[in-house]
Design a protein around this ligand. Sequence first.
Ligand code: NCD
Length: 314
Amino acid sequence: MTFTHRHLLGIEHLRPEEIVTLLDLAEDYVALNRAPDKHKDALAGLTQINMFFENSTRTQASFELAGKRLGADVMNMAMQASSISKGETLIDTAMTLNAMHPDLLVVRHPHSGAVDLLAQKVNCAVLNAGDGRHEHPTQALLDALTIRRAKGRLHRLSIAICGDIAHSRVARSNIILLGKMENRIRLIGPPTLMPSGISEFGVEIYDDMAEGLKDVDVVMMLRLQKERMDGGFIPSEREYYHRFGLDAEKLSHAKPDAIVMHPGPMNRGVEIDGTLADDINRSVIQEQVEMGVAVRMAAMDLLARNLAAVRGAA
Ligand code: NCD
């Protein structure tokens, strides 16, 4: 098998062939999820704990569904209500959970690096469901699967990632993944929302949508991450929509068959026109959600196989 990791902490640790292995397995799960009986025993007997220290709708729901379809016992920890609010540290909480012998720990945390730290302290497989501005590996993998299905390949495509790049772990994981698979990446957004040092990642940078979108195959929109902003990064939402919000006119600069993506949650009328987001001829936003369940099933399946090998050897 070409996937030998103990944890899934970030795309930066994956080799291109491991990405392909995971996406190929996810294809099997897309088929399973469309069948009347959606169950397989890949995680039977295992315990999965979801720890979300930040709000989430689709990521948490799809990890839960993924675990249940594969036969795991799934528990969702309500972190706001837990001992964290009483001042317990992340590590203490993790050690407490570890003593309950989970096999898979799915963690979202507002601090970059918190999930890596936690993975060093527990003896189960840890999946990063988003840590601060750092990484969101399963999102990049589900985006990759969506692109591969829509375009028939995952290399030599021209892909624009637009909007609040600076605060986005989705952008960061996608830039790393799409770069590893040898695509041409353009980042489009106001200079205040571009991370410093980003040109080291081999990307092209634009602050004009018409220019940046010219002839691209894929347009990936991002939400303005207001919760991570501590000042005025944009003049106003109205002005932002005018310059950077995706509508039919701006999209007309991309290739005629370009697809529109968004990880959700969407702010209609801020970064994307609502009608365009719902246009099934251009938008693959619903398909991204579908791929999310399949990719998370594949990721947990692969990690569970490795867990058996690691524990068997111990
Ligand atoms: C993203 C996230 O949480 O990083 N959402 C998601 O997982 N689908 C993007 C966002 O919050 O804007």
